[in-house]
Design a protein around this ligand. Structure first.
Ligand SMILES: Cc1cc2nc3c(=O)[nH]c(=O)nc-3n(C[C@H](O)[C@H](O)[C@H](O)COP(=O)(O)OP(=O)(O)OC[C@H]3O[C@@H](n4cnc5c(N)ncnc54)[C@H](O)[C@@H]3O)c2cc1C
Length: 379
């Protein structure tokens, strides 16, 4: 089987419950083979009821809700299952407690309170297997087009799939915010932080002052790395997890982590970073073996536009109904962090997992549509 066609071929799941509600486990599981969900193919012969683009926590939640409602579904994922989490820093721990990132009503048991990356990867994989989700991995969707009552979903290698409804759950982690400065594309510059050991006994400049930057700075400092944090603001961002603040500030006070606030990076050389102080106007050059540009990520606006979805020009937030998550293209929905535009810190698994419930309520025509917690509604 080729890497691109690894098709986990599974059957539809019928539940004795006509509706699903948030985080209530429906354990009385019966499985029936289904003709529509069993083809190992690159082009669907029959339309699926729902195609979900993206196999992150929110896309999986959408697949589960579809399956619980007896809808045929296919999840197309460009990488592996929960690809974003797989690429998160290896030593990371979620800030949410485990029960707040559960999906499908399946408990997430861990020995502590908050899960780490490995525990989350195991959990989501097991939940996807438990619900026998119909997935096709390493399949990147290029566009979604409406033709009559159907959607044609086209992948980057030209395969097409048909569905009556499509849910985009593509997140934001693939699109780092580039600063557009000279030298940003060099091999020793990365927009992702993975693990500390590769950097021990080197000089690392971290650009950014939000959670990812602070967590990386602390972890690197504790692995014999000479760390400097550069940020255009005057301090670490106020959104940094409250329990990290005393730790990082005390390390700065001790001189163990260096900072250059009020500073914009203007150039990255092979072994240096040049920056401009916004207050004094001075230019400073500091040595750097590696540069980590931890300046955030944004949803793929081009993909959304290719699918016909209108975006707010200032916020990049797609046009969608706040209750049903249906976009300006009828039958095409946004689910999870893909809808966040530039406000990626406002949608996460905790609230994004609930979009799936509201979307499937709308698709199957339930009178009462699940109300998603108000964090997302503030956008
Ligand atoms: C270090 C870190 C810690 C975090 N901790 C927490 C936490 O404690 N609690 C919390 O609630 N949130 C947390 N978050 C945020 C959370 O991980 C995201 O909100 C979550 O992953 C969003 O889920 P999603 O399904 O919307 O998107 P993602 O998990 O990003 O999934 C999107 C999927 O779509 C796939 N995809 C993208 N484009 C395509 C395409 N064109 N075709 C096919 N597939 C595609 C991607 O490969 C990916 O697998 C954290 C984030 C980071 C970076």
């Amino acid at each position: 089987m080729s890497r691109g066609s690894s098709h986990c071929t599974l059957s539809i799941v019928h539940y004795p419950f006509p509706t699903s509600r948030p985080f209530r486990a429906n354990f009385a599981l019966e499985v029936y083979p289904s003709e529509r969900n069993t083809a190992d193919m690159t082009t669907s012969e029959h339309p699926y009821d729902v195609i979900i683009v993206g196999g992150g926590p929110c896309g999986l939640a959408a697949g589960i809700e579809a399956a619980k409602s007896g809808l045929t579904h296919l999840i197309l994922e460009k990488g592996s299952i929960t690809e974003s989490i797989r690429r998160y820093p290896k030593l990371m721990r979620f800030f949410s407690t485990a029960e707040n990132i559960e999906i499908g009503g399946i408990p997430f048991p861990i020995s502590g309170v908050k899960a780490n990356r490995n525990e989350a990867l195991q959990y989501y994989r097991k939940v996807a297997a438990y619900f026998q989700l119909n997935t096709k991995m390493f399949t990147e969707v290029q566009k979604v087009q409406k033709q009559g009552d159907l959607f044609i979903v086209t992948t980057t290698n030209g395969d097409t799939f048909q569905a009556y409804k499509v849910i985009l759950a593509t997140g934001y982690f693939d699109k780092p915010r580039w600063l557009g400065i000279p030298g940003e594309d060099q091999a020793h510059v990365s927009h992702y932080y993975d693990e500390p050991f590769q950097y021990s006994f080197t000089k690392v400049v971290i650009v950014g002052a939000a959670n990812s930057a602070v967590e990386a700075a602390l972890e690197l400092y504790r692995h014999n790395v000479d760390v400097t944090v550069v940020h255009r603001g005057e301090d670490f961002k106020p959104t940094v997890k409250y329990w990290l603040i005393p730790d990082v500030k005390n390390r700065v006070k001790e001189g163990k982590i260096k900072t250059a606030f009020d500073s914009c990076v203007t150039r990255i050389g092979p072994d240096y970073v040049r920056m401009h102080n916004l207050k004094t106007g001075e230019t400073q050059t500091i040595p750097a073996d590696f540069v980590l540009m931890l300046t955030g990520y944004t949803p793929d606006a081009e993909l959304l536009t290719r699918c016909g979805i209108d975006l707010d020009p200032d916020t990049q937030i797609p046009v969608y109904d706040k209750q049903t998550f249906e976009t300006n293209v009828p039958g095409l929905y946004v689910c999870g962090t893909v809808m966040a535009g530039i406000y990626t810190e406002k949608v996460f698994i905790e609230n994004g997992r609930e979009h799936a419930i509201a979307i499937i309520d709308h698709i199957v025509g339930r009178e009462e549509i699940h109300k998603v917690n108000e964090l997302i509604q503030r956008i």
